[in-house]
Ligand binder design. Structure first.
Ligand SMILES: Nc1ncnc2c1ncn2[C@@H]1O[C@H](COP(=O)(O)OP(=O)(O)OP(=O)(O)O)[C@@H](O)[C@H]1O
Ligand SMILES: [Mg+2]
Length: 226
């Protein structure tokens, strides 16, 4: 699913954010990525979604070597990934339904297919009855659900999430993690960056720990180390 070999990332001014990172993600895994602030977690996500360029090493996603991906190929890559962030990134002037539908409209789907998929996604994330609400009329947890629904419209095999519960209280956090587990059980591989010790310890799945850009631990049934 993901094969990363000797990956390094050096930002401007010689800031080295990732150092010689190698890891393999198998289809169907649910992996937490943890580490202190500045350890390189978001950088890893940004390289996987081609928001930043690789300095050295290699990233292969689903058999596609994206190490030197061209700008015009990036939309194709992004359509194969589900991507969610801490701040939801919803369009404020569109309803929950429209936010999800828009992701399909820009790709030129037929109106009939857009309606069907958008409604399916709203149901999947438990918001069937709130499709006509605007983001400001939804709780943080509900907004993240919309973002998750939107991220899944192309039925990605891989979902990457950078601190998706960072702005949520513990109850909403649990609900969002339960939703990610459900999506994982339906066959989507999940790569979750989180600071949340309880989330990681409750998941009892693989935990990769970064420290100053290095992978310092990769445990199959891991716990939060730091
Ligand atoms: N665009 C950038 N330009 C220069 N340095 C950057 C840039 N983005 C990140 N860095 C640096 O790279 C290192 C890793 O940052 P990164 O955002 O990957 O950390 P993180 O583990 O996600 O931290 P946090 O938990 O605070 O989100 C840090 O030293 C950071 O200051
Ligand atoms: Mg980060």
């Amino acid at each position: 699913m993901i094969e990363i070999t000797n990956l390094s990332k050096i930002y401007k001014k010689n800031i080295q954010a990732l150092k010689d990172v190698s890891l393999k993600v198998m289809p169907g895994e649910f992996i937490s990525v943890v580490g202190q602030s500045g350890s390189g977690k978001s950088t890893l996500i940004k390289l996987i979604i081609a928001e930043e360029k690789v300095s050295s090493g290699k990233i292969i996603i689903g058999g596609w070597d994206i190490t030197s991906i061209k700008d015009y190929e990036i939309p194709t890559l992004r359509r194969q990934l589900g991507i969610i962030f801490q701040d939801y990134k919803l369009l404020p002037k569109k309803t929950a339904y429209e936010n999800i539908a828009f992701a399909l409209e820009v790709c030129g789907y037929k109106p009939k297919d857009i309606t069907k998929t958008a409604q399916q996604m709203l149901s999947l994330v438990g918001l069937k009855d709130k499709g006509d609400r605007y983001p400001h009329q939804l709780s943080g947890g509900e907004q993240q659900r919309v973002a998750i629904g939107r991220s899944l419209v192309h039925k990605p095999k891989l979902l990457v999430a950078d601190e998706p519960t960072g702005n949520l209280d513990s109850i909403n956090t649990r609900d969002i993690i339960d939703l990610l587990k459900k999506i994982n059980s339906m066959g989507t591989t999940v790569l979750l960056v989180t600071h949340n010790r309880d989330v990681v310890n409750n998941l009892k799945s693989r935990v990769i720990t970064l420290d100053h850009g290095y992978v310092i631990s990769d445990q199959t049934h891991g716990r939060y180390l730091l």
